[in-house]
Ligand binder design. Structure first.
Ligand code: CMP
Length: 146
């Protein structure tokens, strides 16, 4: 017989969350991870690495050709990042809420970019913008993740 599935189980999602080179350089990793932890999300994968060209090309494929594309890649390759995967109810939207607006100058106080971001091209973190994006982004960095 089928087991009943609770509503929170049904909405459990995974999202990809990256702490960019400026976050690592500035020693913000623990402060930022704490924000997601405080929101009852569960980290299921974590790795520090220097993003290679195949990974950045795949992650930012939708931005190819935009005026900021080359500087975005230079920034992302500029030092180690911490790539992570988080799981929880409504994880994608929740992490986007915790991150705040794309441009740190527009991001509300209390959000990660509002508190730590310096500029649109030094915006500390990346989080998947949809469940479909998360499903595409997670295997770029964690190809074997269950
Ligand atoms: P991210 O969430 O990683 O997704 C795309 C990234 O491109 C974004 O964060 C910013 O780092 C960067 N970005 C987006 N818009 C601009 C812009 N107008 N100028 C410079 N960088 C941008």
């Amino acid at each position: 017989m089928d087991r009943e599935v609770s509503q929170s189980e049904e909405m459990t999602e995974r999202t990809f969350f990256m702490l960019k080179p400026d976050a690592v350089r500035r020693g913000l990793v623990e402060h930022i991870l704490q924000r997601l932890d405080d929101a009852s999300l569960r980290m299921v994968a974590k790795q520090q690495l220097v993003v290679n060209k195949a990974q950045s090309g795949a992650l930012y494929t939708e931005h190819e050709g935009k005026p900021f594309y080359d500087s975005l890649l230079t920034y992302i390759h500029s030092g180690p990042v911490l790539v992570t995967v988080w799981e929880g109810s409504g994880a994608v939207a929740l992490v986007r809420k915790l991150i705040g607006a794309t441009n740190p100058t527009d991001a509300a106080p209390g959000t990660i970019r509002g508190d730590f971001g310096l500029a649109i091209d030094e915006d500390v973190v990346h989080g998947s913008d949809s469940v479909q994006s998360a499903e595409r982004e997670i295997p770029i960095f964690f190809p074997g993740l269950d």
